[in-house]
Ligand binder design. Structure first.
Ligand code: CA
Length: 230
C-alpha cells in the first residue's frame, strides 16, 4: 500500500486529499509544517509527497530542496498562484508534477497514480534505458519503437518524442520544446511546435491506438507525455 505524505496547513484541503486517497486504499500521513514534513520523511518510508507551497514555517520549495538534497522521493506540488506554477515548471526544484488549487480530488489521485506508476521499481532501469513498455527510445539509432515497431519520424518529431519520453508527466512549455528539439529555436515559432505535435500524434495513433493520447495538451501551459497503461 503506497504511503503518501500530505504536507498542507489548510485542514479542509488536507481532509479532502486524505479522503480521496484512502478511498483508493492509499496509506496517508498528514503534517502541517515543513519541519514536520522533513522529520516524517526522514523517519518513515514515504512513497510520494503531496507538498503545499505556502506553509506556516517555510515554503514547499525549501522543503523540496531539502528532501531532494538526499533523496528522490516523488513530489507533487500544490500551487495556488501563477507565479508558483512558473517556478515549478522551471523544474529548478525537481518536482514530479503539480496541481493548482482548487483541484478535483479525482484528478489529484490520478496524477499520484501516474507518478507512482512511472517511479515505482525498476526506476533505475527505466531511467537508464529511457524506455517504457510501449514506447522505447534507441538513442544510438535515434529511433523510437512503438510496441516493437519503429516509427517513421522526422528529426524534429524524434527529438520531441524522445524529450517527452525522457521525462514522463513533465509539462513542457512550447519554448522549452523548441529549445530541446530545434537547433536554432529562435527561428521557429510556437505554432511550429503545435504542427509537429499534431503530426507526431497522428503517427503514434496510426502505430497503436494505445498511443493515441500519450501526448497531452496542458491548456495554457504546453504539452506533457503520459505513458500508455497497456
Ligand atoms: Ca498553505
Amino acid at each position: 500500500m503506497p504511503h503518501i505524505l500530505i504536507v498542507e496547513d489548510e485542514n479542509s484541503i488536507a481532509e479532502t486529499i486524505i479522503y480521496a486517497l484512502e478511498t483508493e486504499h492509499f496509506h496517508t500521513t498528514h503534517v502541517t509544517t515543513g519541519a514536520e514534513a522533513i522529520a516524517k520523511h526522514d523517519s518513515h518510508r514515504i512513497d510520494l509527497i503531496v507538498l503545499d507551497i505556502g506553509l506556516p514555517d517555510t515554503t514547499g520549495f525549501e522543503v523540496c530542496r531539502e528532501i531532494r538534497s538526499s533523496n528522490s522521493t516523488p513530489i507533487l506540488f500544490l500551487t495556488a498562484r501563477d507565479s508558483e506554477i512558473d517556478r515549478v515548471l522551471g523544474l529548478e526544484f525537481g518536482a514530479d508534477d503539480y496541481v493548482t488549487k482548487p483541484f478535483s480530488p479525482r484528478e489529484l489521485v490520478a496524477r499520484i497514480k501516474a507518478i507512482l506508476r512511472r517511479t515505482s521499481p525498476p526506476k533505475s532501469e527505466a531511467q537508464s534505458n529511457n524506455s517504457t513498455k510501449a514506447l522505447s527510445v534507441d538513442k544510438n539509432a535515434m529511433k523510437v519503437t512503438c510496441y516493437g515497431n519503429p516509427l517513421d519520424l522526422t528529426a524534429h518529431e524524434y527529438k520531441l518524442l524522445s524529450t517527452f519520453i525522457s521525462q514522463p508527466g513533465r509539462t513542457f512549455t512550447r519554448e522549452q520544446l523548441l529549445e530541446h528539439a530545434w537547433d536554432d529555436p529562435g527561428s521557429a515559432m510556437d505554432r511550429t511546435v503545435d504542427a509537429h505535435i499534431k503530426s507526431l500524434r497522428a503517427k503514434l495513433n496510426a502505430s497503436s491506438p494505445h498511443c493515441s493520447e500519450v501526448i497531452q495538451t496542458r491548456r495554457g501551459l504546453g504539452y506533457c507525455y503520459q505513458p500508455p497503461i497497456c
